[in-house]
Design a protein around this ligand. Sequence first.
Ligand code: PMP
Length: 404
Amino acid sequence: MIDLRLARRAAGLSTAFPAPHFPSELGEDVVAFDSGFAAPQLLPDLVPYAIAALTEHREETLQYSATQGQPELRGWLAELMNRDGCTLGPENLLVVNGAKHGLELICRLLLDEGDAIVVTAPTYFTAIPIFRSFGVEFIEVGQDIDGILVDELEAMLRTRAAEGAALPKLIYNVADFHNPTGATMSTDRRRALVALASREGIALVEDTPYRRVRFEGETLPSLKALDTSGHVIHVGTFSKLVAPGLRIGWVAADATIIARLMQLKSDGGSSPLMQRILYDFGRSPEFEQHVDRVRIVYRERRDTMVAAIRAAFSDAVLHVPEGGYYVWLTLPAHIDGDALAANAADAGINLIAGSKFFSAGGAGSGNRVAPKNHIRLSYSYATPEQIDAGVARLARVYRAMAAR
Ligand code: PMP
């Protein structure tokens, strides 16, 4: 190994490359319940938009672009946010290379080593290493089917204040179709959380990749729509609605936050080619039809998965998500989700063990122990036929373990 003097934040990084996990690289009989990939059948035909972008907008798409993002796209994003209850202008928008990039920029703006942040237990597992690379202390707050337990969060803040510990700098929250639990936060909780963040002066980061992937029920106000003090920083993305490969997302926040985030964005601006393709597709009549299809296709897959699980896992607790990509299974306490994931992988079923979604699990992360009896199953990539067959095969693996 080369003797390099690494930054402290890089000390824990592995030198191994991950095993292939792209569903398309796996064999035909492997069922991908692990990935948050889009259904291949839903990837839109963007060829006409790409051709137009490279011919009619050649200079715009092949030149350097505005770091904040193309004005027309920001205008449309503001319009979309305003239809969703906000009052924003293009100055409140920053185009980024997907939601994860937005999260990283927000961390760069707010976090010093040793700062505390609040996440739910469990939380979106890819956000954990992003936060961890900033050397933060994770504070886990519980959640139920109505979202993060705001009372528990408030009590924790009081305890910290009484002990003279610094308040967290940031609260990270997924209010709509949480990854991994699928839970959607109630309106009352949303109001209480926004009020708390505002009162305590804590940045409230809402990550909303699944917001429009709703199958039923009423759309609830986004945290940004409830925000009157400017403490909410909203992160959006087209990854789940259009195509993750475009790598286009956005941050919506107070203009003073956007101006500073922009200076931390060192990528020379998100690709103007992708922004143009997305803008023209988004403004076309095809876009809303596409969104409707996304809802229909994922709803069918959700229904298939829920029915298959109910038929095959009589002792698992399952909350039916009203949207999004994931089902979170709570298994009897003695079942080890890590072992189940490993055995399932041997049987050609890829899924993610619940323990991966707890920030306090894993090396160097404090001393709380992540519960082991959960698994997350994604229904976005597998077809209904694969879902049916895959859940039945998974249930056989599970029963063999439970019987031991
Ligand atoms: N946040 C959450 C909660 C997610 O589930 C995902 C995708 N799995 C992302 C962010 C990543 O989105 P993007 O592709 O825009 O980086």
